[in-house]
Design a protein around this ligand. Structure first.
Ligand code: HEC
Length: 158
């Protein structure tokens, strides 16, 4: 629980998140392609992500509470989760590097159950999966997430 709180504080609190995100400038994140292949994204999602995050992006049961090993279950990627609270580059790094490495790069020690897919998926494939996930959100969540990503990209001078 304590680890979850720490993560939440880091990911959610505005000022801290801002500082944290700025240190990410241009490290791992490749530029998102202009066009996304949503059909490929959905296919890859079902093949690589659905086993943990759910075929309908519903996440694992009791995803708010750490399991017996103290590791959090996979959260939903639909609008009931917090995926849409994060900018594109955060989602990309988390998927490419995995939770532990993505947070370690920010100096945060966190035992994450989220594996990295950098050696199984190309950058474009990861962007297509994220585009598919986003395509399932209601307008409000899509808009908030897009604004956050744009604000961050501007801060980083992209
Ligand atoms: C082996 C199970 C597993 C698989 C497979 C998996 N994930 Fe995860 N994922 C997790 C867990 C557990 C978490 C939550 C722990 C954490 O945040 O570190 C997580 C968290 C995330 C997050 C952060 C979400 C947030 O709101 O903070 C993203 C983004 C993510 N996963 C994307 C993906 C994508 C995309 C795929 C498929 C390419 C995928 N995951 C496959 C277990 C998995």
């Amino acid at each position: 629980m304590r680890k979850y709180l720490i993560l939440t504080v880091i990911l959610v609190s505005g000022a801290a998140a801002g500082a944290w995100l700025m240190t990410q400038a241009g490290t791992q994140t490749s530029a998102a392609p202009e066009d996304f292949d949503l059909a490929q994204g959905e296919d890859l999602y079902q093949g690589y992500c659905a086993s943990c995050h759910g075929a309908n992006l519903e996440g694992q049961p009791d995803w708010h509470s750490p399991g017996p090993a103290g590791v959090l279950p996979a959260p939903p990627h639909d609008e009931t989760g917090h995926t849409w609270h994060h900018s594109d580059s955060v989602l990309f790094d988390y998927t490419k590097l995995g939770g532990k490495a993505a947070l370690a790069a920010q100096g945060v020690d966190f035992e994450s159950g989220m594996p990295g897919f950098g050696d199984q998926l190309t950058d474009d494939q990861i962007w297509n999966i994220l585009a598919y996930i986003k395509s399932t959100w209601p307008d409000r969540q899509r808009q908030i997430q897009a604004e956050r990503s744009a604000a961050e990209a501007q801060r980083e001078g992209n």
